[in-house]
Design a protein around this ligand. Structure first.
Ligand code: UD1
Length: 432
């Protein structure tokens, strides 16, 4: 997809700022009237922007919450809910547009009951530099005009770092949710995003105690760090009663082996890390391993767009063409929860899925050399098996023979992390 914000990609920030100004002015003029909010067309260079009035005296701290990619939506939903319930802040949701497909975006907003973003930057895809730069250019005038008291960023995607970099240079405080996780692998783009975002954050909310040690080692003052638990698990526990049984997915996409839930059960797999999917050799080896696993237990593979594109580009589609391997498009959150809960085990390179399987008590094999979420291994159901086919297959056999790791729920993964975050933010602004 082309970047929608063409003015940003060629560096013309003044044009963007002028347009933003005009939109905000229009919104401001309408304040107090009964007219509906102005929401410019989605295809406008600025994306669609709801009016954000410039307010002179502000009784309540204004928080800007930034999301960009699929896992961000899951993390921000319980935070929005807790902050709304606290009724102590003016909230502004900014969507960078890093993920934009209906299946990667719209369906998550609906399922998680997230409000429409107040501001959509529409940056779309691109190289790391293009994408990070586009978010920075687009969000700078928004931060200037709306003057938030604090910017909340979550996770480790490019949008997280980009928003934080602009905020810190504008002198706006930053809260980073999911701080301190480290894979110690600087070849991983997310590791760079994590380290840099933490360095410039004012409040750092952690999901596991090891994160505090990582931050201390990097010289971050303990007074800024708060162990609150895991908002990903808040979302999981909140949504689990509505999880869609796997039968529904199979009904829609399959016949043969998957026309009903296979007798011996099934496994699920996801793959999207650049290190696993961008290199054709690595991708071929993993897909061949999935073939071998499917021979032992039917396997469901929801395909991230990046992975689907790589499979097609490298002519690997025939590897997926077998009745006991079901490939499906990216699935809605509630379907993924049902699929993971119903699976005998999950293979993944996703960080969020390592946590969700621990939350669900389902064995997980992580197809990476490392994890930034060691609590899922020490407490949870996760095993980091790497990407060597023999090691993966041996781990699968062990799960089939023994049922796999049962794990236990890590400290504070109790569904109340977002409430704790809201409490700390209230304290930060001396509201309590
Ligand atoms: C991003 C995050 C990653 C996170 C993942 C969750 C970074 C560096 N990476 O990776 O940490 O685990 O999101 O999904 O921020 N695409 C579409 N439609 C979309 C979005 C993406 O087709 O809605 C395709 C595009 O071809 C794009 C590619 O996927 O180039 C990669 O998208 P991008 O957001 O750059 O990175 P992800 O691999 O999704």
């Amino acid at each position: 997809m082309l970047l929608r914000a063409d003015a940003r990609t060629n560096g013309d920030t003044s044009a963007v700022a002028a347009r933003m100004d005009a939109q905000l002015r229009r919104g401001h003029q309408r304040e107090g009237s009964n007219a509906p909010p102005i929401i410019p067309h989605r295809d406008s260079p600025l994306g669609w922007v709801a009016p954000v009035p410039r307010v002179k005296s502000r009784p309540r701290p204004r928080l800007m919450l930034v999301v960009g990619a699929r896992p961000n939506f899951i993390k921000i939903a319980p935070i929005m809910r807790a902050l709304r319930a606290a009724a102590a802040f003016d909230l502004m949701l900014v969507h960078t547009g890093q993920h934009y497909d209906a299946a990667m975006n719209d369906v998550f907003f609906a399922e998680l009951a997230l409000p429409d973003p107040d501001i959509h930057l529409g940056v779309g895809s691109g190289s790391h530099a293009v994408q990070t730069g586009a978010v920075m250019q687009a969000i700078e005038p928004v931060i200037e005009r709306t003057a938030p008291d604090l910017v909340v960023v979550v996770g480790d995607v490019n949008s997280t770092l980009a928003a934080a970099l602009v905020a810190v240079k504008k002198g706006v405080a930053i809260a980073h949710v999911e701080a301190g996780l480290r894979s110690f692998d600087r070849a991983m783009p997310e590791e760079i995003n994590r380290v840099l975002t933490d360095q410039i954050s004012d409040l750092l909310f952690t999901t596991e105690q090891g994160a505090e040690r990582n931050l201390a080692r990097e010289g971050i003052a303990a007074a800024k760090v708060f162990f609150v638990g895991n908002v990903m698990i808040d979302s999981l526990l909140h949504a689990l009663p509505r999880a869609v049984p796997p039968e529904r997915l199979f009904e829609r996409h399959a016949d043969g082996v998957f026309s009903r839930v296979p007798d011996g059960g099934f496994a699920a797999a996801t793959l999207h890390r650049p290190s696993n999917v961008d290199d054709p050799g690595a991708l071929r080896a993993l897909l061949s391993t999935f073939d071998a696993i499917a021979e032992r237990l039917p396997l469901v593979l929801p395909l991230h767009p990046r992975t689907a594109r790589a499979i097609e580009q490298h002519g690997l589609t025939p590897l997926l063409d077998r009745p006991d391997l079901l490939t499906v498009p990216p699935q809605p959150y509630l379907v993924m929860l049902g699929l993971m809960r119903g699976a005998r085990f999950v293979l993944t390179d996703s960080g969020g899925i390592q946590e969700e399987t621990t939350g669900l008590g389902v064995p997980c094999l992580t197809l990476r050399a490392n994890t930034e979420r060691p609590i899922t291994v020490s407490h949870g159901t996760n095993r980091v098996v790497g990407t060597e086919p023999g090691a993966i297959l041996a781990a699968v056999e062990e799960i089939l023979a023994t049922g796999g790791k049962r794990g236990r729920i890590p400290p504070l993964w109790d569904g109340r992390a977002a409430e704790r975050i809201a409490g700390h933010l209230a304290q930060h602004f001396k509201l309590v």
